[in-house]
Design a protein around this ligand. Structure first.
Ligand SMILES: *[C@@H]1O[C@H](CO)[C@@H](O)[C@H](O)[C@H]1NC(C)=O
Ligand SMILES: *[C@@H]1O[C@H](CO)[C@@H](O)[C@H](O)[C@H]1NC(C)=O
Ligand SMILES: *[C@@H]1O[C@H](CO)[C@@H](O)[C@H](O)[C@H]1NC(C)=O
Length: 216
C-alpha cells in the first residue's frame, strides 16, 4: 500500500514537473507585451487589452531576402515576441532563414522550443544530435516543400547544399525560443571561459584555444 502511494506521488510529481517545463495555457485572449508594465506575466507585462491593435499582431517584410554577405553565408530574420508584441504568452513564433550557396546556419539549440523547418526554396542538409550518451546524428537532405523537426534543446544545423540560394521558414513552439550558438557560447563568451577548461575539454593546446577565441 505504502509503495503504491509512493509510486503515485512519484508519478504525480513527474507529471507536474513535465507540465511546469512548458508555457502554461493562457487564461485570457492575449497579452500584448508592454515593457513599461510593472505587472509581469511569464517575462513580460500586458498592455491594456482595450488598447491592443492590429499592428501588435502583425509583421511585414518576410518576402524580402536577408543579407547573407557574412562568413556563414546565412541570415536569420526572427519574428518572435521581440518583433511582434502580441505573440507574448501565445507559445508560437517563426523565422525566415536565407542561405547563400553553401551557406550554413551553424550548430545551435533553442532552450525553450522545438522547431519545424520548411524548405521554401533550394536544398538543405539538416540534422540534430541526440543527447548523451548516444550523441547520434539524425540528418537528412531536404528539397523544396519538405520539412524537418528539431526537438527542443537539441543541437542542430542547416546547410545549403544546392548551387542557388535557399530559403527556410522555421516555426517555433515558443514566442521566445532563444538561441545558443555553440561556437559563440563556448569560444566567445563574455567573460571568456578559462583556457584550462577549454584545453582539457577539447583535448587541444592553448594556442588552438586562443586561436578559436579570437574567431568569436
Ligand atoms: C513605454 O514608455 C515610453 C516612455 O513613456 C513610451 O515612449 C513607450 O511607447 C512605452 N512603451 C509601450 C509599449 O507602451
Ligand atoms: C550586407 O552586409 C554586408 C556586410 O555587413 C554589407 O557590407 C552590405 O552592404 C550589406 N548589403 C545590403 C544590401 O544591405
Ligand atoms: C598546438 O597544437 C597544434 C595542433 O595540433 C600544433 O600545430 C601546434 O604546434 C601546437 N602548439 C604547441 C605550442 O604545442
Amino acid at each position: 500500500m505504502a509503495s503504491h502511494i509512493m509510486l503515485l506521488s512519484l508519478l504525480a510529481l513527474t507529471c507536474s514537473v513535465g507540465v511546469l517545463a512548458f508555457e502554461p495555457s493562457p487564461l485570457q485572449d492575449f497579452c500584448v507585451a508592454d515593457s513599461n508594465s510593472s505587472a509581469l506575466v511569464n517575462g513580460k507585462g500586458c498592455k491594456d487589452p482595450k488598447l491592443a491593435e492590429s499592428k501588435d499582431f502583425s509583421f511585414s517584410g518576410l518576402h524580402l531576402p536577408g543579407n547573407t554577405s557574412n562568413f556563414l553565408g546565412s541570415n536569420v530574420t526572427p519574428v518572435n515576441v521581440a518583433q511582434v508584441l502580441g505573440l507574448n504568452t501565445l507559445g508560437v513564433s517563426i523565422a525566415r532563414i536565407d542561405f547563400a550557396p553553401w551557406g550554413l546556419n551553424p550548430p545551435h539549440y533553442h532552450p525553450r522550443a522545438s522547431e519545424i523547418l520548411t524548405v521554401l526554396e533550394g536544398t538543405l542538409h539538416v540534422g540534430f544530435v541526440t543527447s548523451n550518451p548516444e550523441n547520434r546524428l539524425i540528418s537528412k537532405v531536404l528539397q523544396k516543400g519538405m520539412f524537418f523537426v528539431f526537438p527542443m534543446g537539441l543541437i542542430h544545423f542547416q546547410r545549403n547544399v544546392g548551387y542557388g540560394n535557399a530559403i527556410g521558414m522555421a516555426a517555433f513552439g515558443s514566442q521566445n525560443p532563444g538561441a545558443v550558438t555553440i561556437a559563440n557560447a563556448v569560444f566567445g563568451s563574455n567573460l571568456p571561459i578559462p583556457s584550462e577548461v577549454l584545453t582539457t575539454a577539447f583535448q587541444v593546446n592553448k594556442s588552438v584555444v586562443d586561436f578559436l577565441q579570437t574567431k568569436f
